[in-house]
Design a protein around this ligand. Sequence first.
Ligand SMILES: C[S@@+](CC[C@H](N)C(=O)[O-])C[C@H]1O[C@@H](n2cnc3c(N)ncnc32)[C@H](O)[C@@H]1O
Length: 194
Amino acid sequence: MKSLKDIHDAARADGIPIMKDDGIEFLKQYIKEHPEIQKILEIGTAVGYSAIQMASVREDIVIDTVEIDPVCVTAAIQNISDQHLSDRIYVHHCDGADYVTMAVYDLIFIDAAKSQYGRYLEHYMDNSHEGTVFIFDNLAFHGIVDNNELSQNRSTVQMAHKILKFRNDLLKDERFDAIYYPDKGDGIAVAVRK
Ligand SMILES: C[S@@+](CC[C@H](N)C(=O)[O-])C[C@H]1O[C@@H](n2cnc3c(N)ncnc32)[C@H](O)[C@@H]1O
């Protein structure tokens, strides 16, 4: 049975792109400071590390988390079970752009396919309420969004352009009060629905 540290270390060793440590701390601190956050939707489970960390903030937190990769789904279900959190974290094997639920969430954490962030945002608007916070990671994309020269790869640079457009659109979107934190995680935006 793996400890939380084992899950973290194994994911790093296996090259699973779990959130950076300071990003996780930022996310947990945000949840700590907002006791009204109880229902969380996460898009991009990987091996369940961020979901387990979010659930560890308070015992009243319940999480639906969506993952497309079946190998990750199996690992996440095992890790969540090892942490005795199977009654509060539900893993859904599905494309994040297709998951449909009637549930309404207090926090929607988007951490899956970067090119789909705009699509996820629109898809999950119906699952939000006034005050729901959307949190997005990887809006710096390893610094490449703000400095394209860091990559020689054409498709990576195209992805960076797409992320930049999403980020700029989000910050201008009148449906939200949005703030971008370039130095947190891999560039985190917090957008609270008005
Ligand atoms: C950055 S990782 C998530 C890390 C996780 N949130 C953590 O910090 O522990 C992104 C995950 O999104 C998954 N993913 C990619 N495209 C997806 C999609 N269309 N729908 C759902 N999950 C997707 C990947 O398989 C990967 O496991």
